[in-house]
Design a protein around this ligand. Sequence first.
Ligand code: SF4
Length: 300
Amino acid sequence: MAVYLDNLRLLKERAEELYSLLEECRLCPRCCGVNRFRELGYCKAPAELVVSSYGPHFGEEAPLVGLGGSGTIFFTYCNLLCVFCQNYDISHLGYGEVVSEEDLAEFMLSLQRRGCHNINLVTPTHYVPQILKALYIAATRGLKLPLVYNCGGYESLEVIKKLKGIVDIYMPDVKFFDKKACKLYLNAPNYPEVVRAVLKEMHSQVGDLVGKDGLAVRGLLIRHLVMPNYVEDSKKILDFIAREISKNSYVNIMFQYRPLYRAGEFEEIARRPTLQEYAEVVAYAEKVGLWRGFGGREAL
Ligand code: SF4
């Protein structure tokens, strides 16, 4: 059973509490301080929810997909805005439609009716208050699926702490530990320290990924995209995960990077990673004792 069902009163309180942050937005580490009801911050997201699509997704990690798919909801805009974004039409260009919290609750319930195994919030950071409000509505109408918080890792620690007892599965990316890369490609030079603290907090809340009948029910699932020319940085990330999070971490080491959107402006990331680069990262993960989520190791 999803953890938020045990904490409905807390969920309602948290939604109200976090709503107040929209008037001086500090929902992410950019801390723009704008009143989202009247003006836009770095992410360009208004106070109204904007959703680009929702539906069963079969391309996510196996423990999220099962037979019925992961119930993904893609939120428009993004607080990170990477120059190489694979979904730049949604995140940078704002493709999507304004919906109400009632609508979002109905999307969640319809994903459950369609047989999805979880509610997978894709890029939720800038809409956490509205999402919690929708989740509360859906939960009081019978939603039971585990909640997956699928984010870029650039989160407010204060906000993540308030999601304790609400989120079942955290699924953050860890993009770079190299500060220069974080400045150049993410415009977030403090990304490394932010993501380290956020991963620790997420892990302390939900622990390593655990499942039932092959499906994830609770825990931390970390994603890392192998980038061309950044093998040494990948190794630092894997070291951190093995040493300071857990060797039992489920880590999806991804090979699908393509130089999309503005990546061509940066010579070092203007190509795909080679098979050799990918293999070196995977071999390093094994060397530091990680064993789950990569190279066909999908075991729960
Ligand atoms: S969520 Fe958007 S407006 Fe709010 S602090 Fe982050 S980037 Fe700025």
